[in-house]
Design a protein around this ligand. Structure first.
Ligand code: SF4
Length: 179
């Protein structure tokens, strides 16, 4: 992949930051899965979330089959960061930018495995609720946390901030690829 060209293109997108690093820098933990199971209302309700994504070990194996990773982040200002609805309303823009970055990589003949935010929202009702396979597996991006990834640790290592102000929502995506 021509990284210099991609970086030039990334510079034209409204990203707060991006970082390239080897996928082996990602940290996986069963604890993240435990949080999904005990605290997230989407557990079991989306193919983008556990347990539909597989075990943490299976997720790790899939991720590790791609040796390189591009982490991107966007931010959005909301009136009240404690208002979940306001925060989630900014997610769509991030997903669009993530897909744009995916397209830029495909233009270079690189097929990324994309992990993004929250549960998939492509269909109004996820097929998992009816015991059916995912309708759009090529468009659906599993949630980063669903893989058991502790993103804070990796972000800190590369000096990427998680918070950019009081009422600022930060969204992350990972685009894994074979370099
Ligand atoms: S594309 Fe549809 S069926 Fe697949 S994970 Fe997303 S919401 Fe569920």
């Amino acid at each position: 992949m021509n990284q210099a060209l991609l970086e030039e293109q990334l510079g034209q997108l409204p990203l707060i930051c991006y970082e390239f690093f080897p996928t082996e820098e990602l940290v996986f933990s069963q604890r993240v899965r435990h949080v999904c199971q005990s605290d997230c209302p989407m557990y079991g309700k989306s193919w983008a979330c556990p347990p539909g994504v597989g075990t943490v070990e299976q997720c790790r194996e899939t991720c590790m089959s791609y040796d390189q990773c591009l982490m991107i982040a966007t931010v959005a200002q909301v009136p009240d960061i404690t208002n979940l609805e306001q925060c989630l309303s900014t997610r769509h823009d991030h997903e669009q930018i993530t897909n744009q970055v995916g397209s830029l990589m495909r233009q270079q003949g690189v097929e990324p495995y994309i992990l993004s935010t929250e549960a998939c929202a492509i269909c109004q009702r996820c097929a998992i609720l009816d015991g059916q396979p995912c309708r759009f597996p090529e468009r659906m991006h599993p949630c980063i946390e669903s893989q058991g990834i502790v993103l804070t640790q990796t972000a800190e290592k590369f000096g990427v901030a998680f918070q950019y102000g009081g009422n600022v929502v930060t969204w992350f995506s990972l685009l894994l690829y074979r370099g």
